[in-house]
Design a protein around this ligand. Sequence first.
Ligand SMILES: *Cc1c(COP(=O)(O)O)cnc(C)c1O
Length: 407
Amino acid sequence: MKNELKQVTRKTFDEVILPIYNPISFIPVKGKGSILWDQQGNKYIDFASGIAVTALGHCHPLLVKTLQKQGETLWHTGNIFTNESSLRLAYKLTTNTFADKVFFANSGAEANEAAFKLARFYSINYYNPYKTKIIAFYNSFHGRTLFTVSVGGQSKYSKNFGPKPLDIVHVPFNNLDALEEEIDNYTCAVVLEPIQGEGGIILATKKFIKGVRTLCDKYNALLIFDEIQCGMGRSGKLFTYMYYNINPDILTTAKALGGGFPISAMLTTEKIAKMMLIGIHGTTYGGNPLACAVAETAFDIINLSKTQDGVIKRNTYFLNLLKLINKKYKVFSDIRGKGLLIGTELSKKLKGKSRFFLYAAAKNQVIILNSGPNVLRFAPSLLISFNEIDKGMENLEKTIYKILKQS
Ligand SMILES: *Cc1c(COP(=O)(O)O)cnc(C)c1O
């Protein structure tokens, strides 16, 4: 028997939550825009957005209004019905992208799971039962279900879980020769993140993306873009593929899609969608009215050119401040990214310390992320104010100063 719970603290986590995370020592209790407050009332600048999720900041007034209104109207019906907000959101997603059809789910992994199942089902039925190979890239991240973690290119996440789905191959990212060697008529899909989010903020080159598209066409393989992290305005366009003058065949989106409310989507073309059959795939919550209503409002704001132009302006501002810090302290060997998905590679003497920086930054009242052991990741709200960026950078500089003084 446990004692009666008087106040929850970070220690309560260790008592009752599966030990798969190591959360920061304080508990946020309130958020507004790019500011978070903890239980003690301390204030933090949020450069993380819950891992690129709260793209419009915390508690954006229009999202709150939609949530309240829909919350008093209709939450859930299940897929024995359709509902108005999912239809409106799907309409917006398709009229603004390459896609004709949408499948809604609840998390990134589920959207990718659907994408991989669709690619297999389509290729098996349209071509032949042996066209099942999925090619993915080293350091990619596609989610934590057994299928998606097996497609992901980081074996540390997939080992020790027993037998995995077969016919999945990994090749180096941004290396067309390696892909050309592996791709063949038995390949059903190639999947990539246009910006590898968990793998170190690595941007696909234009040449690589064009080359992958050409190879996919040559071998009738579907090109899947995992834009779960880099999509929905984060790169400065609605989706990152829009920079490259090509279309994927399938695209997955999640994280920012609901502005903090869990929802994901898989988008595809009429030609591919047409191979699906009633009952072949599904989910209980996917496309529920509450999630779709919030996502529709988030979409309307993210799809404004004002929002996307603002991301580009903030990118320049953010990069300049990072460069200034680096000029003084020489802690980064590279500063890169697109829009408001920015990574700084730690210099040689600080290699492997990204998690340490993250905890230290939190102590100094700025929330940042890491992306692998050597890269600090910044994914603030797309609407963060320039003042908030200044303040967050001050706190980051303080963090760096203290770390260097100690080492
Ligand atoms: C976060 C992420 C996922 C997984 O999303 P979940 O909602 O955690 O299942 C998949 N792909 C990419 C690129 C991601 O960043």
